[in-house]
Every structure is written in C-alpha cells, then in structure tokens.
Ligand binder design. Structure first.
Ligand SMILES: [Zn+2]
Length: 267
C-alpha cells in the first residue's frame, strides 16, 4: 500500500495557524459514532498531520471556529464544496431544496465584521465588562457536555474567564464569542417556493458532516467487501486506503462484467 498523499493546507482564523489535513480513510471514518464535539475531535485527530506548534497542537485545544474550518475542508475533500439538503416548509410542509457552497459560507464568516478585540500572543482577550478570557476549546466543550444549559454555561465561563468583572453577563459573553469567532453554525434565511413563507433553516457543519459519514457507514462495509473479494487485500489494508482511491477502485470493480457462472446445466 502506498502512503496517503500530502494534506491540504487549511488556515485557521482564530489561532492563525496553518494545519495540514490529509484525506479521510476508512479507518478514520469508522471512528465516527456520533455528531458530538468529542466525535469531531477524534475524527480530526485522525487526519491532521503532526505539527510542531507547542501545546495547542491537538485538535481538542482549538476553538470551535477553527475546528469548523477543518471540518469544512474535510467535507470539501470527501463530498465536495456544495451543500444540498431537502427541508420541509413549517407552514405547508412542502419539501424544498437547500443549496449553497461551503466556500460562500467561509467568505461570509470572514466578512462578518471587524472583531471587537484581538488576542495577545497566547490567545487571551481583554474586553471591558468581561475581563481577561480565552475562547472555549473543544476540550472545554467536551468537559461541559454532560451539564444542562445554565450549568454548562457557568462551567464554560469558569474555565475560560479566570477573573470575571463584576456584573459579568453570560448571555452578552456568548454574543461576544460569536462575534470574535463566528461558527459555521447558523440559521439560514429561506423562503418556501410553494407558499412563500420565510423561515430559518439551521445548519452546522459538525452535525452535517458527521451525519453524512454515519449515513455512509453501510457503503464503507460494502466497499471493504468488494475490494477484499476482488483484490484479496486485508481488511486493514483496505481501511487504510485514502477515501477517493477506495471509491475509485470500487467503481472499477463494479464496472467489471460479472464472472461467468460455473454451474452446469443439462439440456
Ligand atoms: Zn410552504
């Protein structure tokens, strides 16, 4: 088996890093069991090439906005840039299509306005009314995942704001985080083509991409079966193939004419 090709360079807006992202393999796809932050971190750890950038080099140490950029890049390589989905009108229940590109979403995120503040060299912000704080990371999200709404917010603030200013407003803080580090997690303004009712349609790249991989799980099993039958490669060898190569080989195998039957028929 040949080693995977070099990765795509992905620029991260919050930490100003450039990360090399290699292509998905079946082995990495099989690590996805949910659409949670923990699942996203595990997936990305499997495809981010090793870097030498100190303590923030693991995916769990990245803020969500940076993680979203990696997920968008990974989706683009696995499924393409276009997002297509069918949603149902909340008024007349008619189905209609949602169709946009991740590139356009990235452009919109980049143009979402000048930040209220810039971080220091260690990633810490200082904003009047809130004090000194850092952006929540994947590790922070995982740590509060089991807590309910208010308790989760309180724990997130405790972890990211060492000394909150008097009168610290948690809701305002969340709005501030959204402006400093906008996420690919938003409500898109849509209008039903049948009845014209406007309505927000929620999209977030983490749920969308991980759901697509979960839906693809059955096809991965079939891919392994087809390639093992055709080439006699081991399960492990097939799971280590880059996704595009695996899919291309399966297409070649499926294009082969079926072998003639070995059964005899007396007439
Ligand atoms: Zn409608």
């Amino acid at each position: 088996m040949t080693p995977p090709p070099a990765g795509d360079a992905v620029s991260l807006p919050c930490t100003a890093r450039v990360v090399e992202l290699r292509e998905l393999t079946g082995a990495v796809e099989r690590t996805v069991h949910a659409t949670s932050t923990s699942a996203a971190v595990t997936l990305l750890d499997g495809i981010c090439l090793p870097r030498q950038e100190g303590p923030a080099a693991t995916t769990a140490a990245l803020p969500a906005a940076d993680r979203d950029r990696l997920l968008m890049a990974a989706h683009r390589r696995a499924f393409g840039d276009r997002i297509e989905a069918t949603v149902h009108c909340r008024a007349c229940r008619s189905p209609f299509d949602l169709d946009f590109t991740l590139s356009s979403l990235e452009t919109a995120l980049d143009a979402s306005g000048p930040p209220d503040a810039l971080p220091d060299a260690d990633g810490w912000y200082s904003v009047a009314g809130y004090g000194r704080f850092r952006l929540p990371t994947g590790a922070d999200e995982i740590a509060v995942a089991g807590l309910d709404g208010m308790a989760g917010v309180a724990e997130l603030v405790r972890r990211c704001v060492p000394e909150p200013h008097p009168g610290f407003d948690p809701d305002g803080f969340q709005d501030l985080l959204g402006r400093l580090a906008p996420l690919a997690d938003l409500d898109l303004d849509c209008a039903c083509p049948e009845c014209g009712t406007g309505q927000p349609v929620h999209f977030d790249i983490q749920s969308y991409f991980l759901s697509a991989l979960l839906t693809d799980r059955r096809r991965l099993v079939l891919d392994v079966h087809r390639l093992a039958s055709a080439y006699r490669w081991s399960h492990r060898e097939i799971l280590e193939l880059p996704r595009a190569e695996r899919r291309a080989l399966v297409a070649l195998v499926e294009a082969q004419p079926a072998a003639p039957s070995r059964s005899w028929r007396l007439s």
